[in-house]
Design a protein around this ligand. Structure first.
Ligand code: NAD
Length: 519
């Protein structure tokens, strides 16, 4: 009932009262332009992370349903690929307007299913919206190349053409932004798309599908299935699917990259992270401490670009007590409560995992300067809350340093020099994001050049590139050749066709076969 209140305007399209064994709302599939109830006998409960109440159920789509979804994408492809690029652009222009108009509705649903604060959920939608706006530039982005007169009367030119049916597999932590990294870019290029949202947070994708339909996307251009491993294996193996976009953990991403590639698909996989913030003693202290605290604990640390590791260089180690004070002042509460700075973790298992990693720090000789393990949130005693936690005296061989924690935990290392800090960052297998805090341009330049990480912030704690650039995590944080969105996103979702053409005015019929390569 709570969900229905939250999104009454669009409810009939994505959650319906279930006919299946309980009165819980169920999430529909989106197949061939219709929101349909799954016939599956396997369902997954969706919880509100702030209370752990079950708020709905999502089906594990049956093989027949998944087959129907791909068949629908395949049927819709030729006409959509042939639709003029200006018409596809018009659909996306209407879409960005509808997302803007419904941004708060989508955000409420994200807070309910995912737990993040409402303000942060609005940011989640907004950053996805920016990719839709970028996709509207398709008329420039998809241009091919030309070279006239490569020889007499002969011209050479290339087209960027869609691949066919593409698929996306999304994580739980950005229920709107990450699906919006995928299907708008693919579809504006003329592909059709099969989306599998995270089974923990499927609602935002369903709302986004409804809005896309209302924007004029023809039936079958976007299909949505739900599920876990079986759905993922289905996508990796299906020969009609030409490309897979994946965002999530390394465990799933490496597997999907390998299995999808084995079946001849393009795969791009954005995966886990351990992002270091290097704090130089000449940094603007006030800004740096606020930025570190915001980037470590915002979204309860459940961002792939969360700044989860601080390296305090030289005298900057003296700032540790003030860092702790600022972190202590953050307000932990259910995401829909006014003033909440961070909400709960996604599941009780995630909470347990994070607490175990904090325990491991204590056992392996680190100091727990701020301990959020025992936090109680009034009125939400059953929620998956962990308060801001700071672990200092951390060494690179400790478990809490080596593993991605994905919770509101900042681990702190100390070095005497910038060079030592750079070595630590470069020895870490992940290469997603990093930031340096300094007022010295030469230091910033040295760090940006020497650090082997895909996305570097200079006095910017979470340097996620805007969509005219691409999301460029590297090393263990990424598998594939071309990144998400920006020009690279267009490259990923298109293939080149080059045409060499000769038109002569005079009659130049060949008098004999040309059997040697032209020179
Ligand atoms: P996850 O890997 O558990 O789930 C992602 C998707 O993969 C889901 O749709 C899920 O159904 C599927 N999946 C899960 N386990 C699978 C398995 N063993 N085999 C096949 N499919 C599987 O990830 P999550 O917990 O939803 O998201 C958190 C992770 O995502 C973190 O590691 C975070 O760093 C990463 N992430 C990375 C980026 C990035 O851009 N680099 C962005 C957001 C999140």
């Amino acid at each position: 009932a709570r969900i229905l209140q939250i999104s009454s305007k669009l409810k009939s399209t994505w959650y319906s009262s279930s006919s299946f064994s309980s009165s819980l709302p169920t999430v529909k599939l989106f197949i061939d332009g219709k929101f349909v109830e799954s016939k599956s006998d396997k369902w997954i409960d969706i919880h509100n992370p702030a209370t752990n109440e079950v708020i709905g159920r999502v089906p594990q789509a049956t093989k027949a349903e998944m087959d129907a979804a791909v068949a629908s994408c395949k049927r819709a492809f030729p006409a959509w690929a042939d639709t003029s690029v200006l018409s596809r652009q018009q659909v996306l222009l209407r879409y960005q307007q509808l997302i803007k108009e419904n941004l708060k509705e989508i955000a409420k649903l994200i807070t309910l299913e995912q737990g993040k604060t409402l303000a942060d959920a609005e940011g989640d939608v907004f950053r996805g919206l920016q990719v839709v706006e970028h996709a509207c530039s398709v008329t420039s982005l998809m241009l091919g190349e030309t070279m006239p007169s490569i020889t007499k009367d002969m011209d050479l030119y290339s087209y960027r053409l869609p691949l066919g049916v593409c698929a996306g597999i999304a994580p739980f932590n950005f229920p709107a932004m990450i699906p919006l990294w995928m299907f708008p870019m693919a579809m504006v290029c003329g592909n059709t798309f099969l989306m599998k949202p995270s089974e923990r947070v499927p609602g935002a994708t369903m709302l986004l599908a409804k809005l896309l339909q209302d924007s004029g996307a023809p039936d079958g251009t976007l299909n949505i299935i739900h599920g876990q491993h079986e759905a993922v294996n289905f996508i990796c193996d299906h020969l009609d699917i030409k490309a897979i976009s994946f965002v999530g953990s390394n465990q799933a991403g490496e597997y999907i990259f390998e299995r999808g590639s084995r079946h001849g698909k393009r795969v791009q996989a954005n995966m886990g992270a351990k992002n270091h913030g290097v704090v130089m003693p000449d940094a603007n202290k006030e800004n740096t401490l606020n930025q570190l605290v915001g980037a470590a604990f915002g979204a309860a640390g459940q961002r792939c670009m969360a700044l989860s590791t601080a390296i305090l260089v030289g005298e900057a180690k003296k700032w540790l007590p003030e860092l702790v004070e600022r972190a202590k002042n953050l307000r932990v509460n259910a995401g829909d409560q006014p003033g909440a700075d961070l909400g709960p973790l996604i599941t009780p298992q995630a909470k347990e995992r994070v607490c175990n990693l904090i325990d491991s720090g204590a056992k392996e000789g680190a100091s727990i300067l701020l301990d959020g393990r025992k936090i109680k949130v009034k009125g939400y005693e059953n929620g998956n809350f962990v308060g801001p936690t700071i672990i200092s005296d951390v060494k690179p061989n400790m478990t809490c340093y080596k593993e991605e924690i994905f919770g509101p935990v900042l681990v702190v290392l100390e070095t005497e020099t910038l060079d030592e800090a750079i070595k630590i960052v470069n020895d870490n297998p992940y290469g997603n994001g990093t930031a340096i805090f300094t007022t010295n341009g030469a230091t910033a330049r040295k760090y940006s050049h020497l650090v082997d990480v895909g996305q570097v912030g200079v006095n910017v704690p979470i340097p996620v590139p805007l969509p005219m650039f691409s999301f460029t995590g590297s090393r263990s944080s990424f598998r594939g050749d071309t990144n998400f969105y920006g020009k690279q996103g267009i490259q990923f979702y298109t293939q080149l066709k080059t045409i060499t053409s000769q038109w002569k005015e005079e009659d130049a019929t060949l008098s004999s076969p040309a059997v040697v390569m032209p020179t």
